[in-house]
Design a protein around this ligand. Sequence first.
Ligand code: XMP
Length: 308
Amino acid sequence: MFNPTIFINEAINKMKKEVNGKAIIAVSGGVDSTVAAKITYDALKDESLAIYVDTGLMRLNETENVRAILDKLGINYKIVDGQETFLSNLKDIEDPEIKRKVIGKTFIELFEIEARKFGAKFLIQGTIAPDWIESGGGLRDTIKSHHNVGGLPEKMGIKIYEPLRDLYKDEVRKLAEFYEIPSKRQPFPGPGLAVRIMGRITRERLDLLKRATDILERGLEREGIIPWQYFVVLLSDRSTGVHGDRRVYGNTVAIRCVDSIDGMTANFTQIPWDIIAGISREITNKIPEINRVVYDITDKPPATIEWE
Ligand code: XMP
């Protein structure tokens, strides 16, 4: 049986011995990096620094939620406001793979500045066993590619340290429960809402998507329906609608809800129509720029979970 207290004590002692220099860690708000940041702080105190880069591509209130958790944990952290930098670097970019690359590169640039300022000699990562264990055909395509600040260690001559690398997700969740931090977050892609906006990313389009996503999340959570992943996608094509007696050419969003074990395959979630219809009405009522909501009924394969 996995015992959080024993694991934590051992991890702290090991880290005290093996990490002899300042250490920095990127936190995303996810369970793994948050737990790793807490252990790091308990081992190294103010010789450690957790960095949360606010990309502006996260969900509504996400930065405030992360701040509240980091405050509660009492660790040494810094929130870097990268919103303008990300928006300007992403300007006019439509290709999904280029979006991902630009986001990864911008993240590393901002993170590197902080690592240098702090004088970090170690980079702590929240890698867990399924991130690196070989599964069948080869090394797993890690879901954390975005936070893979991989190139940084060679460039800056700093060492990687991974306190959770032998753990599985259920064990990390037990650690999160022990620290009283939310342990069951749905998976969220590193590039954030950028891969849920088809085409160009602007502040206005991000804002629409954030509000629609919030309505979906609250609507399902209110009903106690929690699929493995549930989100909204903003399409680039517009469609005609009516507002009062006026025809308007507005935005279309797609609701995507899937159940899955590990994201490699997935089935779309069969949510009762009345609930989906209620959420659709709430979206179009509260966000007049959106006049059409569709529900994605495709499994993976053939579709991927994300639209980009
Ligand atoms: P797909 O869309 O490939 O997604 O079926 C499988 C799982 O991975 C997440 N995902 C990503 N996570 N960076 C990430 O950190 C990415 O670029 C990325 N793309 C997809 C997706 O949300 C799903 O859980």
